[in-house]
Ligand binder design. Structure first.
Ligand code: KIV
Length: 277
């Protein structure tokens, strides 16, 4: 399993960090077997797994439940679990109590929180308690309504400077890694160059120290909307629908199950039931 020191070294050596979300046992197993460096149990599960319109309804119970499944599937991979909406914003004490539950009950190595300078006190409290924190700035989906939607952030000099100030404050508070979501590549490059902790981009261009994508986007399993920054590396949604269609057809036609899927009894036992007649 990678450690915090490994992530720092990877940044120094220019070795890209691969992060991918996973939400259950099979996806976590596949991510680990494919050699992903960090599995993120993202609260995006609210949208891609639970079918909500945003990440806001996701609860602590949801995050613990999915985190435990991911832990079972990826026992040798560094797992970061998202702190859900309003589980940390209220106070450092609230953040500590809930982060503690995610680590103890969910089994993750670290937690992720969305926000800038305004949550630096929370990041400091968690770090001091020995809970590694991954920060998340730029487009922060938990506050998408306040940001007037899922839009590119940091496009003006003022907004870019604020983003840099936020990132520096979070690093100073103890964050070991920071996700930069949906910002211009030049801003991501500036922030990445100014921080000593690794930046992980999603919609932030190739200059970041690593990249993260959502499982269902990567595999083409979510078609409600596709942001510009998503690359679908497969079309599993289409393939799954075709496979389920084929199953339904064969059941209806009576061609499944075939002899190769069927158990039989030997003649002697059959005779004991039916006799010789
Ligand atoms: O919830 C999530 O999956 C995330 C990633 C998109 C970074 O926060």
């Amino acid at each position: 399993m990678k450690t915090l020191n490994d992530f720092l070294r990877m940044k120094k050596d220019g070795e890209k960090i691969v992060m991918l979300t996973a939400y259950d046992y099979p996806s976590a197993r596949l991510a680990e077997e494919a050699g992903v460096d960090v599995v993120l149990v993202g609260d995006s599960l609210g949208m891609v797994v639970l079918g909500y319109d945003s990440t806001v309804p996701v609860t602590m119970a949801d995050m613990i439940h999915h985190s435990r499944a991911v832990r079972r599937g990826a026992g040798k991979t560094f797992v970061v679990t998202d702190m859900p909406f309003l589980s940390y914003q209220i106070s450092p004490a609230q953040a500590l109590e809930n982060a503690g539950r995610l680590v103890q009950e969910g089994g993750c190595e670290a937690v992720k929180v969305e926000g800038g300078e305004e949550i630096a006190a929370q990041v400091r409290a968690l770090t001091r308690a020995g809970i590694p924190v991954c920060a998340h700035v730029g487009l922060t989906p938990q506050s998408a309504t306040a940001l007037s939607g899922y839009k590119v952030q940091g496009r003006t000099a003022e907004a870019a400077n604020k983003l840099l100030r936020d990132a520096l404050a979070l690093e100073e508070a103890g964050a070991f890694m920071i996700v930069l979501e949906c910002i211009p590549v030049q801003v991501a490059q500036l922030v990445t160059g100014r921080l000593s902790i690794p930046t992980i981009g999603i919609g932030a261009g190739a200059a970041c120290d690593g990249q993260v994508l959502v499982w269902h986007d990567t595999l083409g399993m979510f078609d409600r909307f596709t942001p510009k920054f998503v690359k679908k590396f497969e079309t599993l949604g289409v393939k799954a629908k075709d496979a389920v269609g084929a199953y339904a057809r064969e059941v209806r036609e009576g061609t499944f199950p075939g002899p190769e899927h069927t158990f039989t009894m030997n003649e002697a036992e059959l005779k004991r039931i039916y006799g010789d007649g």
